[in-house]
Design a protein around this ligand. Structure first.
Ligand code: EPU
Length: 344
């Protein structure tokens, strides 16, 4: 075995909620050969395999049995181009935010609204990260995957990833079965700004600047810095709940209680509503218990003030969700992924 396997690895610095957690075995993997060697080793020892990327969208169990793999391939390259587009491939271990900035620097456009999102490029397709009117799925061309059982490497086209709102088949029917090696994006050579998100449009107008990709990037950066607690200062995992999707009849019932709830159309007869608004109207903005709180800055962000356990985190989140359900009859679904064994 040429790879270094660390035993009883402390993961508390490798998750943005800063929960205390330990991996029975831990290993960084860069090349395909590294992945295959690590997987063969784990499979021969009958150890379960867990992938931990940037750790910015996970709730970790206190101990993760088996082998935790941490993708470390940060290669970034132009694969090919045509008259209108570039095909850019980025390794799973590349940090997301510098990747977005590098794309804008190279005049490869499309991802600017997704600046400042913490995490790694390999984790980004799993939950189809999205912000300020753009989803990753809008720009993905293909995802390079490895089968965790067989070590087989294959490409999955964007259409086959079954992307949805904060979801994909990597998070649903194939959860725990695949590793992501790299992602290929098809980006535009011409600026393609997306100003569909009202707050972004308003911020550009207020700043009196032209809607160029770099200005969009700067405004999104400023909005996020203003609204969302910085995980480096205040441990958190971004939005802790998804915005619930309701039928229009469910919405009408809810509007009797909350006439001003923000509503976003998603499909015929379906609407997305603001979970942050529900939490705030339930009186839970700033709610603090057992070392956790719902942020005073943004009610959808669960912050870790002093707690250490992933189980306590899920317990706190359940208390919030139960209160919202009791008051408004809406179920809040957790957004971060639980890794290791945790009761939810
Ligand atoms: N709001 C409140 N109280 C708050 C904050 C917000 O009532 O404390 C209400 C306001 O009415 C506001 C509305 O919620 O207009 C929406 O807030 P925001 O624009 O911040 O968006 P969000 O729906 O809460 C989603 C994503 C974010 C993403 C933003 C911007 C989800 C689960 N979250 O949040 O993504 O940055 O839109 O596009 O879809 C993440 O996934 O970790 C994340 C931060």
């Amino acid at each position: 075995m040429s790879l270094t396997i660390e035993k009883n690895k402390d993961l508390s610095g490798l998750n943005s909620l800063r929960l205390s957690a330990q991996a029975e075995c831990f290993c960084e993997v860069k090349s395909v050969a590294d992945w295959q060697e690590a997987l063969a080793w784990a499979n021969s020892a009958d150890l379960p395999v867990t992938i931990l990327g940037g750790g910015s969208n996970v709730v970790l169990a206190p101990r993760i049995e088996g082998l935790v793999l941490h993708p470390a391939n940060a290669e970034l390259g132009l694969e090919r181009e045509d008259a209108e587009s570039v095909f850019v491939r980025v390794g799973a271990g590349h940090d997301w935010d510098p990747f977005v900035r590098a794309c804008v620097d190279h005049a490869w456009f499309g991802l600017e609204n997704l600046v400042s999102i913490p995490g790694s490029c390999g984790a980004a397709p799993v939950q189809n990260i999205g912000a300020y009117g753009v989803d990753l799925a809008d720009w993905v061309h293909a995802v390079s995957c490895i089968d965790l059982n067989t070590g087989e490497v294959f490409e999955r086209s964007a259409a086959d990833c079954e992307f949805g709102y904060r979801t994909s088949r990597f998070k649903t029917k194939e959860a725990g079965r695949l590793g992501i090696l790299a992602v290929t994006f098809k980006l535009s050579k011409k600026p393609k700004v997306n100003l569909s998100y009202a707050a972004l449009h308003e911020a550009l107008d207020a700043a009196g600047v032209a809607p160029t990709p770099i200005n969009v990037l700067k405004q999104v950066e400023a909005i996020r810095a203003h609204k969302l607690p910085n995980p480096i200062v205040t441990p958190n995992a971004g939005s802790f709940f998804k915005n619930p999707v309701l039928s229009t009849s469910e919405l009408s019932a809810l509007q009797n209680l909350l006439p001003h709830i923000p509503v976003y159309p998603v499909a015929e007869g379906r609407v997305k509503i603001s979970a942050a608004y529900l939490i705030e109207q339930a009186g839970l903005k700033g709610f603090t218990e057992a070392g956790f709180a719902m942020s005073e800055r943004h009610s959808l962000v669960l912050i870790n003030l002093s707690a250490s356990s992933g189980q306590a985190c899920l317990h706190f989140a359940s208390r919030v969700a139960e209160r919202v359900h009791a008051l408004f009859g809406v179920l809040l679904e957790r957004e971060p992924i639980a890794l290791g064994t945790l009761a939810s």
